[in-house]
Design a protein around this ligand. Structure first.
Ligand code: ADP
Ligand code: MG
Length: 561
């Protein structure tokens, strides 16, 4: 058969170089990545067979196998899962589709000479390519379930890889690492040691729900001993809290999120009764780069009685909690459940309500107990959470209670609305805010002059969603949320009478000028008014109390309203 040679995509090549020069301090994780891929492949096959019984695939003994050949210095990870077609191998293994990884490479490029690079690298998942940390050549043989012909992929991690069709490939995928030469100084990285492999699997992949079997090497003239299953296969969410270590939870998080960093928080929920389910949710420690893009894949994994059903199940959490990752395992759903059915299912809606409340109460707990962790949470996910103030009126108070905002009161400490209200001046009736692009631009806006003069605190809101939620929420504890840029403002209720007289006099004095301005500007504005809101600037533009700002109009449109 012919062997075709292909070039890696530029980003893929960069990533491979990083792997070959082995930048990760912990090389062991390559095995976790390969096992994780194998496990995904088994999940996919079981599901596909469930949906289409006529699929020509054997699902009677789905498992992962590990083989070591000490003499040849190879380690093979094999699964009998879904496999890949010829074209898929080229697409999936030859390119980097993950936008996060592309961003990572750019950041890395920038941090190159600096000390930042080392730290950055440890944070990004590189999946399949991590094999090149331990191997100087990798061979992958795969056959897609239902297809006859298989594909062999090989690469030395340099500029190119080869593809070749093979006739005798078994169903699924096997990845063979031709391990780098042994380092006599460092036995720690001897991946031909069965003991070492066992330890890594136990540490990183114990919870994988498929058996991971070590197939012992056959000794000359003897029958090969029975394979041994290395992992306990116990679903972590089905085990009690004190049986599972934080590390184990974190490894599950890394498996399902493809994030290499520790999560910020682990949330467990066991619902008993007529509709039984278990949930294990994670709040990541960093917002993914694409959190605010249209094609962000949101949602948790759905299992039914321990059987993986789908990734990215959106129906279980509202869009504003789309950063939450995890697993939900329901006892009483059909294995054939589809996304369309889920969207309409009454039980699913109940689950969503309960999970939402649980996440929000956990955030509240973090806020009360650990200011630093809360600050991280808010920095990473506050913008997303605030969408809930608009879309989830049922939980509005709970969201407000954990929301905080930049304020003129402090340069770096955000404030909650409760804290703002506590600091309100005698006679101040409203909660004042200003919206805009950046803190700097709005702090220096002429609209702020009078507030600064009178020492009245103003919230500085710079997210697009801010314009929407202040409108939707309207008031907090009976205090109206008011924009400093909208409508007539009188901050000086006491001096009103005197001010009134004065203003009349001024109005007469300036009538000519105002009239002239009105005439000149009539195409662009509704009115020209004398103002008390300015102390230094000669003029500013204000909108009517009920006008939509341009950003707000865009936002509503984006939300389909
Ligand atoms: P990720 O797992 O984050 O998608 P990887 O680099 O680990 O990234 O794998 C890239 C893709 O290659 C996977 O998404 C999958 O489609 C495919 N793949 C990798 N390993 C296997 C396997 N053992 N069986 C089937 N497909 C695989
Ligand atoms: Mg992977």
């Amino acid at each position: 058969m012919t062997t075709e040679t292909f070039e890696f995509q530029v980003e893929a090549r960069q990533l491979l170089q990083l792997m070959i020069h082995s930048v990760y301090s912990n090389k062991d994780v390559f095995l976790r990545e390969l096992v994780s891929n194998a496990s995904d492949a088994l999940d996919k096959l079981r599901l596909e067979k469930l949906r289409d019984d006529s699929l020509d695939a054997d699902v009677s003994d789905l498992h992962i196998e590990l083989h070591v050949d000490k003499e040849a210095r190879t380690l093979t990870v094999r699964d009998n899962g879904i496999g890949m077609s010829y074209d898929e191998v080229g697409q999936l293994i030859g390119t980097i589709a993950n936008s996060g990884t592309a961003t990572f490479l750019k950041e890395l490029e920038e941090a190159k000479e600096g000390a930042g690079a080392e730290g950055l690298i440890g944070q990004f998942g590189v999946g399949f390519y991590s094999g090149f940390m331990a191997a100087d050549e990798v061979t992958l043989v795969t056959r897609r379930a239902g297809e006859r012909q298989g594909t062999r992929w090989t690469s030395r991690g340099e500029a190119t890889y080869t593809l070749e069709r093979v006739d005798d490939a078994p169903q699924g995928t096997s990845v063979t690492l031709h391990l780098k030469p042994a380092d006599p100084e460092n036995q720690l990285h001897d991946y031909t040691s069965e003991w070492k492999i066992r330890e890594i699997v136990k540490r990183y992949s114990d919870f994988i729900t498929w058996p991971i079997r070590m197939v012992p090497e056959a000794k000359d003239g003897e029958d090969a001993p029975e394979p041994e299953t290395l992992n306990s296969m116990k679903a972590l969410w089905a085990r009690s809290r004190d049986e599972v270590s934080d590390d184990e939870y974190h490894e599950l998080y890394k498996h399902i999120s493809h994030d290499w960093r520790e999560p910020l928080e682990t949330i467990r929920l066991q619902a008993e009764g007529t509709f039984e389910y278990q949930a294990l949710l994670f709040v990541p420690s960093h917002a993914p780069h694409d959190l605010f893009t249209r094609d962000f894949k949101r949602g948790v994994q759905l299992y039914v009685k321990r059987v993986f059903i789908m990734d990215d199940c959106e129906a279980l959490l509202p869009p504003y909690l789309r950063f939450v990752k995890g697993v939900v395992d329901a006892q009483d759903l059909s294995l054939n459940v589809s996304r369309e059915i889920l969207q309409q299912d009454r039980h699913i809606r109940m689950m969503q309500r309960r999970l939402t409340k649980k996440v929000l109460s956990t955030v509240k707990e973090i806020k009360t107990k650990d200011a630093d962790r809360y600050a991280t949470f808010w920095r990473e996910f506050g913008t997303a959470l605030k969408e809930g103030l608009v879309t989830d009126s049922e939980n509005r108070d709970a969201i407000l209670a954990v929301s905080s905002f930049a304020t003129t009161h402090s340069d770096d400490e955000p404030t909650t609305l409760a804290q703002y209200v506590e600091r309100m001046k005698d006679g101040q009736d409203d909660i004042w805010f200003i919206t805009g692009e950046s803190r700097q631009s709005i702090e220096n806006s002429p609209h702020m002059e009078a507030f600064r003069d009178k020492g009245i605190e103003v919230l500085l809101l710079t997210d697009a969603v801010d314009e929407v939620w202040v409108d939707a929420v309207g008031e907090y504890e009976g205090k109206k949320l008011r924009s400093v840029t909208k409508g007539e403002i009188d901050l000086d209720a006491e001096g009103e009478e005197k001010a009134g007289e004065e203003r009349e006099k001024q109005a007469e004095e300036y009538a000519g000028l105002l009239g002239w301005m009105r005439e000149r500007l009539q195409e662009d504005i509704k009115e020209v008014r004398l103002s008390t809101r300015l102390t230094v600037s000669p003029a500013c533009i204000v909108s009517d109390a009920h006008d939509l700002t341009p950003a707000l109009e865009n936002m509503y449109r984006a939300m389909g309203q």
